[in-house]
Design a protein around this ligand. Sequence first.
Ligand code: ARG
Ligand code: GLU
Length: 719
Amino acid sequence: MKRIVLIVSFVLAFIRLAAIEGMWIPMLLKQLNEKEMQAMGLRLAAEDIYSVNQSSLKDAIVIFGRGCTGEIISPEGLLLTNHHCGFGSIQKHSSVEFDYLTNGFWAMSRQEELPNPGLTVTLMRRMEDVTDEVLSGVDANMTELKRDSIIRVNIKRIEGVAADSSGFDAQVRAFYYGNEFYLFFSETFRDIRLVGAPPSNIGKFGGDTDNWMWPRHTGDFALFRIYVNKDNKSAEYSPDNVPYSPAHHFPVSLKGVEKDDFTFVYGYPGTTRQFLPGIGVETITSVTNPVAVSLRNRRLDVMTAAMNQDPAVRIKYAAKHAGIANGWKKMIGESRGIIRMNAVERKKTFESDFLSWATRNSKNNERYIQIIPTFEAMHNNLRPLSLSRTYITEAGLAIELVRFAFQFDELAKLSSGKKQNDEKINKAIARLKAGSDVFFKNYHLPIDRKLMGDLLSVYYSEMNKSFNPPVLNRLIAKHKGDFEALSNDVFNVSIFSTPARLEKFLKGYKPKHAKQIVYDPAYQLANGFYTLLREDIAPAVRIIEYALDSLQRIYIQGLMEMQPEKRFYPDANSTLRVAYGKVDDYTPMDAVHYNYYSTIEGIIEKEDPDIYDYVVEARLKELFLTRDYGRYADKSGRMKVCFIASNHTTGGNSGSPVLNADGHIVGINFDRNWEGTMSDLIYDPDQCRNISLDIRYCLFIIDKFAGAGHLVQEMTIVE
Ligand code: ARG
Ligand code: GLU
């Protein structure tokens, strides 16, 4: 009997150890995770992963651009991230003539590396727990407003002192809705150059069809380099800058991974909401997601049709389309996962357990009793507001012309009133001219004109009539409900719809011309939608969310009291985290089993020269046909492309290094599986997998496909 119990608990321990939910704080690994990580296979100490005293892995991880992760992989500041993270930069350097999106780009020397104005990467130097300092002067009985104002003052002071004394940027961030606070010291680099990117039919192979899905065959990587001044310090772009010399760079392993191998992901997950109550989850997955999905369906259909007809339009709309499609597919997967897990009911059951616990212990803490019913009431009030906001942002303000027109709001305001400041006006005009160039470079009017009609018609028929901007009612009356005519009319008269018209308007601009902005129908639509957001929605949402945040904070305190044994991790908040798990396959549905890796054979299987997403480059095919994989094949001679593992990741983890037990790179994280996209709200160890590019395929593309072996040479390769 005893033996059976032992075996059972051993098996249980084993199952539990295959997948560990959580995105952990690097400086707490020693205390919370080190033992478990080592039991799962890690051969490093927590101190090797994060340390303030010695160089550690954290010195090679950066926030890349606005919201991806990147890692340094050579002593000369070579930076690895995803193709989809570098996509905007690659696109900016692309034209029909030099189409790096389609053909790829490889700098064969340092001189050929391309600067990217505006692109930054940020390196975290160290972090500190400043909870006590931030909460000093706060007591449990004060109002939330009072509490907040004290906290705000404390944070400002702490950040000021920290920045002055360290010379780094210093920022305090709240964790667990303000139960804990950490101070982050960081350095931002501003001269980041593009070094290499595969053609899109490798870097984006499978496109939006395969996005969020396993099995996957996407070579989703790009290379950049950090440049600094002669003192190895961050500097603005200068031709005299030199490659950055980092405190750590990741060795790259050619050993590959097997099922059950330990891996960890080190990076910058953006947002998760694991503590959201069931009713809040329901709003997302049953109310706002479906509306956003159906509105995005329309936008994507119109864009795709135009992109298929004209290669120039394809380039112009590549990034826009990818962004819209990415969110669209994520929402579909998330809603399905929630339903499949019965997550709303599960959360509600858990909440009623919490309520009974709180009631039983009410003498300890009265305030826990109110939480669940108050959540319910507040989320009920929030729901219609969230829905309206979804219609406004996903329909009204999804019209490009409408958003663009509102850029001129400032100029109109500067031009009104008695005294005008010519200098300010001229500056605004210069900014608007530059902004217009950017806008029209990637604009295709027929797409937007068609969408204006479609989106406004859905908005009008599905939204509460009190949410119609006055100009919409006027236009509808004028065109007797014909939305196509309405849209044609707006595009015919608006000064914002063509570069020529706009240029003419700005050329001879005088403050008295501001009327033309204010009476422009595109501007009026924008103004109408923004006014609704600002006046009818935002203030009400702000009040509810403010109260909800406080409730969430107290709820988490209660949860920690109720489950003293449980090890908690804070929601992702774009700060550096470690997730760990094992290389693992899964069963998405009855009778279907997914292997944990994909190979180049799958690329050839998917090949279809007639479908843009599945075109296979001739050179790649040649390498495949001759099995010319060099040292990048696995032991049995196969070229592996991607693999999955049970690391808990989210948006922002894209580009994160996937590391083996020795802290060497074996992959680059770039996605999650569709069945697991609900993990931002609730995690299912059976279904949730992160998808990584096998680093050997990445090196194979750099070296064998592109002939840029000099880049591999500057890396530290572990064979
Ligand atoms: N789903 C991944 C992420 O959330 C990849 C997105 C880019 N790829 C694409 N086909 N749109 O960012
Ligand atoms: N592709 C996502 C990103 O850009 C990562 C996938 C996820 O959401 O886990 O961050």
